[in-house]
Design a protein around this ligand. Structure first.
Ligand code: C2E
Ligand code: CA
Ligand code: CA
Length: 608
């Protein structure tokens, strides 16, 4: 464009040697600049702009009235030239003729400027030539405008005004892959776009995308955010201070997204998952980093955790493992190869069984028994998880019924549930279909939720459902307590009846270990909130008596019994069940054949 304009100016000057020609155009910000002025000092060309259009050079609507040519036949007599007359005189200019160049829609896009060394108006033939030149400029500038418009369109997302996937790909290709750690990538996915689209319509969905894009870009600027399409965004992070703490950057995004957005008349809070990956030594190219970030995002979404997941090298195989687990549990459900095992929960002083926890087992086609630990990942799939809960509930209800028929009193039974149970289908209905059908009172049931289930999502769904369930007499236990990041906050938000202290703490109950203080703190807080405490993974007598002396009344673990099948559990209940006539204290494996277990003497007041 510059070349064409300069060529045109030279042509004009060749034909009309008394004139000096310049072409001005408007830049992306709307300011006028000198596109070509081959015979003018650069500074002068810039000054004319200031003189004629005001110092700001930003093109106000009124700056150039209409498209009629302006002829200043003697610049010394025109006030607008007052500041520039000396310079103009030095160059030998006495008159100035301006021809506006208009865009397709009548908007001002440039101006053709001719300086005359004589104080006069253009002659008839000059006017004709200038008109032709102006027209040529117009054609050239319009085409130029269209081309930059096209470029803008191919690289900018129309909805969010953020650079799009093409721009992202181009930027990725330009990123230097020589210094590990020099850049990182976030890919972000809106969790609730689909439901907003489905329930409130696409206009609401568009509003959500637009607001999320704007907030994301704002939170990460000057690092650039891209809209890759649909509900997917990316950020290329190059600032060292951000690279140093990606978790903080992700938090910043979540915070920015948190406020409600007006979506076509509805108030929606955008929710997102983020996957992150840093360019590291092993990565061959930028595309690998993108793939890694995508893996991490997939993990964040599919495991139902939401939030931010950072790529680590084992993530790919973890994802494969999860897929396999989902497949296997799915077919085990279809073939009725899911079984309920039970592990007793005992009172640490009397060693009587006060309840059981149902643990799911998978029977392989070849007859082997697989523990839940190996396929726990499968419960992050919503469909498998809810089917599994339904199956376990009916197996458990049947066993409870049978034990009762066999003369045993009803005990508490813990059943593990997943996040999906609260989001899909009606939990209360499921309970009626299982416990109700078998006439087992719902007050026996303890639903074990862990923190992933209950606070990972931050919304109120789980809390509401839990409240509803407690209304029906169901008890709720907070499982794996202490492993989540917000255990204590959680206790304030969602009412629970029981906390199960994770076995990672119990395994480290040594005098100088911080676990000791943590467990003691948990026991004390729970007691003050009137919540029952169960220690998980009690493997030794030392742990059992230590816990008792710390004020923990109940325990579960290999020290008392491994998980066993329904028949073995029935025997255990008959022999050691609380409230079963003639039952005796449970001997731990290490105490078999010895006298009854020695109980710690110290006991805290007010144990539940
Ligand atoms: P969890 O709820 O914390 O269950 C306790 C796990 O610890 C069980 O593993 C149990 O066998 C094991 N365990 C019990 N005592 C000890 C001990 O003294 N030492 C050690 N090292 N381990 C002990 P399991 O059965 O493999 O279950 C693993 C996890 O899978 C469970 O952790 C639970 O989160 C989940 N799960 C089990 N059954 C179900 C189910 O029916 N539905 C769902 N959604 N999840 C389940
Ligand atoms: Ca549990
Ligand atoms: Ca647990």
């Amino acid at each position: 464009m510059e070349e064409t304009a300069a060529h045109l100016c030279s042509e004009v000057e060749n034909r009309l040697p008394s004139l000096v020609c310049a072409v001005m155009a408007i830049d992306a910000t709307g300011a006028l600049y000198s596109l070509a002025a081959p015979s003018l000092p650069a500074d002068f060309a810039r000054s004319i702009v200031g003189v004629v259009f005001g110092e700001s050079t930003a093109l106000a609507g009124a700056a150039f009235p209409g498209d009629a040519p302006i002829v200043v036949s003697d610049i010394t007599r025109d006030v607008r030239w007052a500041g520039l007359t000396a310079e103009a005189a030095a160059l030998g200019f006495q008159a100035c003729w301006l021809s506006p160049i208009m865009g397709e829609h009548g908007e001002f896009i440039g101006v053709l400027v001719l300086h005359s060394r004589e104080p006069r108006s253009p002659s008839e033939s000059e006017t004709a030539l200038i008109a032709v030149c102006r027209e040529l400029c117009e054609i050239a500038l319009r085409r130029h405008e269209q081309a930059s418009d096209r470029e803008r369109r191919t690289n900018i997302d129309g909805l969010t005004r953020l650079p799009n996937r093409a721009a992202f790909d181009a930027k990725l290709a330009r990123l230097r892959c020589d210094t590990p750690g020099s850049w990182a990538l976030f890919v972000l996915d809106l969790d609730n776009l689909k439901s907003v689209n489905d329930s409130l319509g696409h206009k609401a969905g568009d509003d959500l995308i637009r607001a999320a894009g704007e907030r994301l870009a704002g939170a990460m600027a000057p690092d650039v955010a891209y809209r890759l399409g649909g509900d997917e965004f990316a950020v290329i992070i190059e600032r060292p201070e951000v690279l140093r703490d990606l978790d903080a950057a992700a938090m910043e995004i979540f915070t920015a997204l948190e406020a409600a957005v007006e979506c076509d008349g509805h108030s929606i809070i955008p929710a997102a998952s983020i996957g992150g990956a840093v360019f590291t030594a092993g990565d061959e190219c930028a595309a690998t980093v993108y793939q890694n970030a995508d893996f991490a995002l997939y993990h964040a979404k599919e495991t139902g955790r939401g939030g931010f997941v950072r790529y680590w090298p084992g993530l790919g195989s973890r994802i494969n493992h999860r897929r396999r687990a989902i497949r296997e549990v799915g077919s085990a459900l279809a073939d009725h190869r899911i079984e309920a095992f039970y592990q007793p929960v005992v009172r640490l002083d009397s060693r009587k069984i006060i309840g059981v926890e149902a643990l799911c087992r998978l029977r392989t086609p070849s007859g082997e028994l697989v523990a839940a630990r190996s396929f726990r990942d499968a419960t992050t799939d919503a469909k498998v998880a809810t089917e599994l809960t339904e199956r376990m509930l009916s197996l458990v209800a049947k066993d409870m019924h049978d034990w009762h028929e066999a003369g045993l009193p009803f005990m508490q039974v813990g059943v593990n549930v997943s996040a999906a149970d609260f989001y899909m289908g009606d939990v209360v209905r499921k309970l009626e279909n299982s416990f109700g059908l078998m006439e087992v009172p719902l007050t026996c049931l303890v639903l074990e939720v862990n923190e992933d289930t209950s606070i990972g999502r931050g919304d109120k769904v789980v809390a509401r459902q839990i409240e509803r369930l407690r209304h029906h007499g169901v008890q709720v236990a907070l499982d794996d307590f202490g492993t989540g990041y917000a255990s204590l906050t959680h206790l304030l938000r969602v009412p629970v009846d029981e906390v199960k202290i994770d076995r990672s703490f119990i395994a480290r109950l040594w005098p100088d270990d911080p676990s000791m203080a943590i467990v003691q703190g948990l026991i004390d807080i729970a007691r003050q909130l009137n919540i029952r405490v169960v220690a998980e993974g009690v493997e030794t007598e030392v742990q059992a008596s230590q816990l008792w002396s710390m004020g923990c009344a109940y325990g579960q673990g290999f020290d008392f019994s491994r998980p066993v099948d329904r028949n073995a559990m029935c025997d255990l209940l008959r022999r050691h069940g609380m409230g079963v006539s003639g039952s005796i204290a449970m001997a731990s494996p290490g105490m078999m054949g010895t006298a009854s277990p020695k109980l710690p003497l110290k006991r805290r007041a007010g144990m539940r």
